[in-house]
Design a protein around this ligand. Sequence first.
Ligand SMILES: *Cc1c(COP(=O)(O)O)cnc(C)c1O
Length: 465
Amino acid sequence: MKYISTRGQGGEKSFQEVLLAGLAEDGGLYVPAELPQFSLEKIRSLRGLPYNELAFEVIKPFVAGEIPDAKLKEMIDDSYAEFAHEAVAPLTQLKSQQWVMELFHGPTLAFKDFALQLLGRLLDYVLTEKGERAVVLGATSGDTGSAAIEGCRHSEALDIFILHPYQRVSEVQRRQMTTVLDTNVNNIAVQGNFDDCQAMVKQCFSDQSFLPENTSLVAVNSINWARIMAQVVYYFHAALELGGPDREIAFSVPTGNFGDIFAGYIAKGMGLPIGKLVVATNQNDILHRFFQENDYSKQGLEHTLSPSMDIMVSSNFERLLFDILGRDGKALADLMATFESTGKLSVTDDRWQNIRKLFDSSRTDDQSTCEAIKALFDRTEYLADPHTITGIRALEEVKIDSSMPKVVLSTAHPVKFPEAVEKAGLESPELPHHMKDLHDREERYDVVDNELNSVKGFIQKRLSQ
Ligand SMILES: *Cc1c(COP(=O)(O)O)cnc(C)c1O
């Protein structure tokens, strides 16, 4: 198993290289040169396995022997042992032929734990083997920082610095980050907004000379291939629970950067019978416009009630475009250059028709989000978070064979997004049992000026302590 860049340069890379690199040198994203193929017989043989054992079987071919099996197995076991539900990704039926797969039973109550729990452990192992250290640096508007922190807190070879805008993050989200007291975890509250935080992270990546020797920055954002790889597993899990691979399953996925749903596309490419993949967006609908009108064009950012899907461009979409263009790296690089200069792109009609056979899409605005949360609750007493509801609502809009089982990926616990739940006229739920004492836990964070040199200085100082 080797990996290549979507923009066609740089040759083949190993799993470990791709894991540490994040983005490829030519600006592209890494994808497997060829996908491992699972026969129907092989997939059937996975039926009934506990989640961690299934995960090992699905992930193993992507790692291609670069980590000893026993070690990989141990990391996977440890990653999913952190989850508060025995089934790890339980399915709840909402109506005939429709389920939600709850991906929010991990330590930070959102699906990103599935990938980041494993990514932290993989990075730790690979860096330790090489005798190197790395610094994980990221910015968060609230939701995603905590998953990265939880994923890295036990890593000996990693220090993690997460920037968040001071006093502009909800209390639950801040506490999920700042009550992690491990010595390698550093929360920086920047006296600025999220864009300031993100800009400074970018600048740190482009000039890493402020770091000590033998230390580099690694990105754990959703373009890292290992995150996609970990997310492929739960598509197999859901399908196997619902009669796959002997029938086709449809998935509806609340989507921002296209990482989560791309993992479903990979599962299909490996041989899992998936009948439909539905892209559910909020008002930031660049993907919806692509799948409905072949118009992938950048518009302004809208802040919505489902903030983890607030994007202008969808970073992992390039991976699908690469396949749409017949895996022609040169053609993709040209198309991305067009996009960078004009802010829009489209593909030829036959290529677009072809990808539309598998993908459909739907857009849900804030008002429909609240209405749908309320309507679902009134009908079933199931409380969906504002991201998940976009996936549920999408199934009312798109046409799928009524006898096909449909699974909505539930990406977050509703307690994380009380604003939408309250706007829907419902009461915000209580924190789950294992987090009940969140508001009593000790917090630690440092407030830093909105200045690049202050942030760099802070990181330097911490690393030398
Ligand atoms: C990150 C996130 C999403 C979007 O996932 P992508 O992989 O970026 O498409 C959806 N819902 C929640 C709660 C998230 O945290």
